[in-house]
Design a protein. Structure first.
Length: 372
């Protein structure tokens, strides 16, 4: 994230791209990107002319000045070229809804960049704009964009008419899941059977959630009851990721913050039992859940500065957490014994709630110190 460290206009980064605030001098790139009929094959009537492009760019700049959010320039981190336009914007200035949008240059399609952008944007929104619902509208015939939106964590919930285009075909309307926080005030309302059902499915699919496949339901239920008691006593927060109402509001995933450790760890919260329905793997829901939970810690636990977690090696979880801004801070090789022949590394990771670097360079050459 070198670019982000030196450019305050940078909004967010992905492995291959960065998104930065739009500028008036982006007009040339904006015209190039939005005047290519090859990128409007599914909706040729929607392609703007030069004057409309100028108006849209002016509106994008104004959105950022007003909301500190909007559509942004997509820049290739390798060569600095503007290769697309993407972002989140309040629909009709409605603070309750954010529209997901992305458009890439024709020669950059097919390489997974649209999915990379969409996944990062949805996760960012759930963390930083929890009061707004992320939505998208996609032409029904545009199967690639529909697939990208679903892989980013959105769910199709019906059809919507296109505003100001009465003759246009209705488009598929998609919504992001919601993150529900269960605190001591409403712990009794948590659906015990629903959570245990999900935990059993994750466990039996091989997830690292405290048990081995085949563990009895009574043991899993007892473990959840202990967590729920901590929630009721104000020692933990339970976060539930739920599908849109059109999909029944079903439970998609969950995680807990343990945050009452006592002196000298009052400023630390521990992430435990992060899990997502195994039938929905590959839908970005783990990242959405984790990002949303970091936002919950920032808002609900103002005394917490540092977040920690431990994970079981051998499942590829390190790359997932590193991609979400976590840093490995310790590893015990073979520290976990699952059976007489199956030993796994016990790995510790951490990150700051505010997203600042976990470590900073010390004045002493070649050393690092923990950021305070």
């Amino acid at each position: 994230m070198t670019e982000a460290a030196h450019d305050t206009a940078v909004w967010l980064t992905t492995p291959r791209l960065l998104l930065r605030r739009p500028r008036p001098d982006d007009l040339g790139d904006y015209l190039r990107l939005h005047s290519d009929p090859r990128t409007y094959v599914h909706a040729p009537a929607s392609m703007p002319g030069p004057e409309r492009c100028r108006e849209r760019l002016d509106a994008d700049v104004a959105d950022w000045e007003r909301d500190d959010l909007g559509y942004a320039a997509v820049v290739d981190r390798a060569d600095g070229a503007v290769i697309g336009w993407a972002g989140l914007r309040h629909k009709d200035s409605d603070p309750a809804e954010l529209n997901l949008y992305y458009r890439l240059a024709h020669d950059r399609l097919g390489g997974g960049l649209g999915r990379e952008i969409a996944r990062a944007l949805v996760a960012w929104a759930v963390e930083h704009r929890p009061q707004a619902l992320v939505t998208a509208m996609v032409d029904r015939v545009n199967t690639a964009s529909l697939r990208t939106s679903e892989r980013a964590g959105l769910f199709p919930v019906g059809l919507r008419e296109v505003r100001d285009e009465p003759d246009a075909e209705p488009m598929t309307y998609l919504e992001a899941p919601s993150l529900v926080v269960v605190t001591s005030r409403d712990a009794a309302a948590a659906s015990r059977d629903e959570v245990v059902d999900l935990w059993m499915r994750v466990n039996d699919a091989g997830g690292a959630v405290g048990f081995l496949p085949g563990a009895p339901r009574s043991a899993v239920a007892a473990a959840f009851d202990r967590h729920l008691a901590d929630v009721a006593d104000g020692r933990s927060l339970l976060c539930l990721l739920r599908a849109p109402e059109a999909h029944g509001g079903s439970l998609l995933g969950l995680g807990l913050w343990e945050h009452a450790r006592g002196f000298p760890h009052e400023h630390v919260a521990g992430l435990v039992r992060l899990m997502v329905d195994p039938s929905l793997q590959g839908r970005n829901l783990g990242r959405v859940l984790l990002s949303g939970m970091v936002g919950v810690a920032r808002r609900e636990l103002p005394h917490v500065e540092l977040l920690r977690l431990d994970y079981r090696g051998g499942l590829g979880l390190g790359a997932f957490y590193r991609g979400a801004g976590w840093t490995e801070v310790g590893r015990v090789p073979g520290g976990l014994r699952l059976s007489a022949t199956d030993y796994r590394d016990d790995v510790a990771m951490a990150r700051r709630v505010d997203g600042a670097p976990l470590f900073r360079r010390s004045p002493v050459r070649g050393t690092v110190s923990r950021r305070r």
